[in-house]
Structures are given as structure tokens and as C-alpha cells.
Write a new protein. Structure first.
Length: 476
């Protein structure tokens, strides 16, 4: 973008995976389709009820905070954020204002301002007729909010941050963060400026996919530039994203935080994290699984191309399968060969298989890691050709079986028996006197053609290296 510099800061909400809601015992079940079944007097805001803090949710946020190297609060409290709307039964949302659970940290090279915990609102739908419906199953579900510093400078980097956060939440088991299901929701704050001073900030809401994040930011940056170039003034406001028209539209002038009249919730005890044994940072840091960026580094150090590494970084099931296969192979050359057959051939079979979902498939139920590594070993040892490996892989995937038995049954074991191959080579030499003459005249490259004839004659089962050496011997 021209001489303007783009500045973007993100606010991302993610529903956390817990058994119960943030402040009561109602079930937290994002897949519940029947409206208003997971509710109770607390999340329905009946007078006289008292909230209690769900430590599972607090722990998730502390784990995320540790993973991004943020500063975990010792003292924390919950505040009431007051506003009136049908999706917020109490007339306020319990959130955190002055004392968030986490301050600072970095993710994907982006500085984090804070991570705090709040409760989700009910889900309202306005598209059923000339009335609105409210489903309170979601009201009170633990919601993590992460706010970044205004240090992102492109739509792509913004979307990359959101993707890395999703991956982190999934890796930590903190949430599914499925954007299509509304489990993760991105708000982008955007401004442009020619100088070091920030320009007017606009906040875009309702970004329900990574594509929407990229498109909406790109749209908004272009809109700002056009306005400024034509001498118009931008207003600080909240805008929505129209998925169909692919435009942003004005929703409301930005409210200031004092409009929310934040104050500490008197019903909820203050948190003193150091007094809770299971929230000890030392213990939590030790309990963290391999984080996405750690896995990325480990795999690229092993020699994987970054796009191959990414398949395993992004898909836990594939990564587990790969790790098992690597252990069985125990050899770097075989490992890299396995990566190839995994990320191109086996991945292709899975993608074409409508009965499974790529991201969640348990591949070992299709091909046990032991069979897969046996197949790769055969390919690596030259017992079967790469063509044959792919064919056997397909049969293994569709019908199962033992790789070696299949290779025999399908006639794909490479023939390395010199006696048998020599007679085939002789027949080819006899039938191709022109080519043989070329070879003898110094055009050595035609040997590839002859080897090809040998492969054809053996229906692909001749070992090309052995064939080549026999040709060389007989023509030498
Ligand atoms: P507000 O009080 O309007 O909510 P905050 O200071 O809390 O503003 O910031 C909210 C988000 O907006 C943060 O992610 C922050 O990084 C981002 N932000 C702040 N100023 C700008 C700006 N000039 N351009 C883009 N993003 C900004
Ligand atoms: Mg804000």
C-alpha cells in the first residue's frame, strides 16, 4: 500500500473447553442444538444467585499465558461491564478490566497486551421471522479475550496471528476455536498514517473466518486510503463485515470504556493465584505439550520442507502418526521418504475419501503405522518401485493387508534376479538394434530408453538399477 503505513491491533475472543460454564454448574456444550437446555438460575440471572469461579477456565488462560511467555498475574479480579442488551440477562457481563490474568507475551512475532477471562453472551437470532429468538445455552460460557498491541502491519499477518492462536488453543486443549462455529471471533482495529502518529482507528467486527479477516482488513485499508486521498475525514467507529457483498458497513460510533461503568464484582472472591497449587506457573510450564512453534522448529531441523512440516504442525493426528512412523523407521533417509508418501500420497487418499475429515482422521485406523513403515522400508530398500509403493498404499488404505504379501500378490516385487532379467535385457537389445547402435556410438543417454523397455517388459517390476547395470554389462 502506497506511502501509508497500515496499523492493526486485534481483539480475539475464544470460547474455552470446560465441563461447566464460567460461574455456574450448567453444562458448557457448544454442540447442543436444542435451545435453552443448558441453563440454570445463575446464568439466567435470577435474583439472589451467586456466581462461583470455574478454575478449569482460569487454568486454561494461565496455560495460554505461560505458552506465550506472558506475565501471569498474582492478584486478579472480575469486573462488571454494564450494558443493556437482550443477550446479557444480568444487564452486565462479568469480565476483567483492571487486573487481567495475563499481561504481555508474544505470539507469532506479535506483542500481546493482555489476556483476560469473561463470560460469553447468549446467542440471538433475528432471521426467523418478524421476531427475535434468544438461546441462553451460550450465556456464561467461559470466554478468553486476547488483545494485541497495534503492531501488525498487513492483513496477512493479522490472519496469520489468528491462525497461530487457534492452533495454540487446540494444542493446549483450551478450545476448538472453530471460527465457522463462532467459537473464535476476531475483531480488527485498523488505521493508516503517513507519519509516526496513528491515524483514526476503526474497529471491524463479525469476522467469522480467516478469509473474512484478510478481506475485511484489506477492504478497510483501501477505504481509508481513498478517503484520506480525497480529503475526507474518517470517523472512529465500529463497522461490520458483510460476507456476501464483501464490504464493511458502519454500525455505531465507538463507545468509550467509561460508558460501561466497570466496577469490581462484589459477589466474586478476588483471586490470589499463588495460593492455588494447581495454578503454580512452574508446574504449568512443565505440563505444557510441545507448542506449535517448537514442533515447527523440531521438524525443519529434521530436514522437512516447511510446507511438509506445516502439515504436522497444523494437524495433531497426522503429527502423532508421523512420530510413531519415525520411531519405527529410525533412519533419516527413510524418514524423509515417509514424509513424501505421507504428505502427498496418503494425504491425497484421505482428501479424496468422503467418509473422513482430513484434520481429524485417525490414520492408524486406516493403515497401522507398522504397515506404513514396512511399506516405506520396502520402497527405501528398492524392493518395490515408487510407482508400486503408491499402488500398494492405495490398496492398504482401501482394503488393508500386509505390504509384502500385497507386493507379491500384485506382482510388484522388483525383480532383481540377474538371470531372469538378463534374458529380458537380451531380448530388448535384439529388438532395438538402432538404439543399441546409438549407444555404442557414444550417445549414452539412450540407455534410459532401454531401461524403460525393460520396465515395460517386466510390467514395472524390474529393478531399474539392476536392469541398467545389465544393459551396461552386455553393451559395454
Ligand atoms: P479502545 O479503548 O478503543 O478499545 P484500546 O486501546 O483498548 O482501544 O485498543 C483496542 C485495540 O485497538 C487493541 O488491539 C489495540 O492494539 C488496537 N489499536 C489501538 N490504537 C490503534 C490504531 N491507531 N490503529 C490500529 N489499532 C489500534
Ligand atoms: Mg477495547
Amino acid at each position: 500500500m502506497s506511502e501509508y503505513k497500515a496499523t492493526i491491533g486485534l481483539e480475539i475472543h475464544a470460547e474455552l473447553k470446560t465441563k461447566t460454564k464460567m460461574f455456574c454448574n450448567s453444562k458448557n456444550d457448544p454442540d447442543e442444538k436444542r435451545p435453552n437446555v443448558n441453563i440454570c438460575p445463575v446464568c439466567m440471572a435470577y435474583p439472589g444467585t451467586l456466581p462461583t469461579v470455574n478454575f478449569e477456565a482460569v487454568k486454561h488462560v494461565v496455560r495460554v499465558g505461560c505458552a506465550v511467555n506472558g506475565e501471569i498475574a498474582d492478584y486478579s479480579e472480575f469486573d462488571r461491564k454494564n450494558y443493556f442488551y437482550p443477550d446479557i440477562p444480568k444487564g452486565y457481563q462479568i469480565s476483567q478490566y483492571k487486573y487481567p490474568l495475563v499481561k504481555g507475551g508474544t505470539l507469532n512475532g506479535v506483542k500481546i497486551t493482555r489476556i483476560h477471562l469473561e463470560e460469553d453472551t447468549a446467542r440471538s437470532s433475528h432471521d426467523q421471522g418478524d421476531f427475535s429468538l434468544v438461546d441462553f445455552n451460550r450465556a456464561g460460557v467461559p470466554l478468553m479475550e486476547i488483545v494485541t498491541e497495534p503492531v501488525i502491519h498487513s492483513a496477512e499477518d493479522a490472519s496469520a496471528f489468528a491462525k497461530e492462536l487457534q492452533l495454540l488453543l487446540q494444542t493446549l486443549g483450551a478450545g476448538e476455536a472453530n471460527m465457522e462455529k463462532g467459537e473464535m471471533r476476531v475483531e480488527a482495529n485498523i488505521s493508516i498514517s503517513k507519519t509516526d502518529k496513528f491515524g483514526t482507528k476503526v474497529e471491524v467486527k463479525n469476522l467469522n473466518s480467516f478469509k473474512a479477516v484478510e478481506k475485511a482488513i484489506a477492504y478497510e485499508l483501501a477505504r481509508h486510503e481513498k478517503a484520506l486521498e480525497s480529503g475526507e475525514k474518517l470517523v472512529q467507529e465500529t463497522r461490520g463485515w458483510d460476507e456476501n457483498k464483501e464490504v464493511t458497513f458502519s454500525q455505531r460510533a465507538k463507545e468509550d470504556s467509561h460508558d460501561y461503568r466497570y466496577f469490581p464484582d462484589p459477589d466474586i472472591p478476588k483471586l490470589k493465584l499463588s495460593e492455588v497449587l494447581e495454578l503454580s506457573q512452574e508446574a504449568i510450564k512443565k505440563s505444557l505439550p510441545e507448542l506449535p512453534w517448537e514442533k515447527r522448529e523440531r521438524l525443519t531441523k529434521l530436514g522437512l520442507k516447511s510446507e511438509d512440516a506445516e502439515v504436522f504442525v497444523r494437524n495433531v493426528n497426522w503429527a502423532q502418526y508421523f512420530d510413531t512412523v519415525v520411531e519405527l523407521l529410525g533412519d533419516n533417509k527413510k524418514m524423509l521418504l515417509a514424509v513424501n508418501y505421507l504428505t502427498s500420497d496418503l494425504a491425497g487418499l484421505v482428501k479424496n475419501d468422503e467418509s473422513v475429515v482430513f484434520e481429524t482422521v485417525d490414520i492408524s485406523t486406516k493403515i497401522p503405522a507398522k504397515s506404513f513403515s514396512a511399506l516405506v522400508t520396502m520402497a527405501s530398500d528398492g524392493v518395490i518401485s515408487s510407482r508400486a509403493t503408491k499402488d500398494i498404499l492405495k490398496v492398504l488404505y482401501e482394503k488393508g493387508g500386509d505390504p509384502e504379501e500385497l507386493a507379491n500378490k500384485m506382482g510388484l516385487m522388483q525383480k532383481s534376479d540377474e538371470g531372469e532379467l538378463t534374458s529380458i535385457v537380451q531380448t530388448i537389445i535384439d529388438a532395438n538394434s538402432n538404439v543399441v547402435a546409438e549407444y555404442k556410438g557414444g550417445k549414452i543417454s539412450v540407455i534410459q530408453f532401454l531401461v524403460g523397455q525393460g520396465m515395460k517388459a517386466t510390467k514395472g517390476s524390474g529393478n531399474p538399477a539392476v536392469l541398467k547395470s545389465i544393459f551396461e554389462k552386455l553393451l559395454g
